[in-house]
Design a protein. Structure first.
Length: 128
């Protein structure tokens, strides 16, 4: 983790080092010379409370990687689940998450979405 600039936001990126999407997020924030904290989900799973924050703010459909291999292998493409059931499934099997999950202050984003990342940074600067 790099040190945050005086008063600057710390960006938390939840992902895997071997994920192209996670590397893209890291590169995006490094290019802007921001402090980044990578939480590698292969080494340390995301805390239940942290994952709930993403699910509550974005919705479980946004946080779930419905096109990923883990989703297909689990046979979830044919199931109809309520938001609560999908949220519980994401907590139980974190391979189903759309990575990276990015948190800047109170703002969150899921997946490779530079527009959302820019919005998170603008909102964080506005709250300083």
């Amino acid at each position: 983790m790099t040190r945050p600039p005086a008063g600057g936001p710390v960006i938390q990126v939840f992902g895997r080092e071997d994920s192209a999407e996670t590397r893209a997020a890291l590169r995006f924030f490094k290019e802007r010379r921001l402090a980044i904290q990578l939480i590698d989900l292969r080494r340390k799973p995301i805390a239940a409370g942290e994952l709930r924050r993403f699910v509550e703010r974005l919705g479980p459909e946004t946080v779930a990687d419905t096109t990923g291999r883990a989703w297909t292998e689990a046979g979830l493409g044919y199931l109809r689940m309520t938001a609560e059931e999908l949220g519980a499934r994401l907590l139980a099997d974190q391979r189903l998450l759309r990575l990276p999950l990015v948190r800047v202050g109170n703002g969150v984003a899921a997946g490779r979405d530079e527009g959302a990342w820019r919005t998170l940074l603008a909102n964080a600067k506005g709250n300083d």
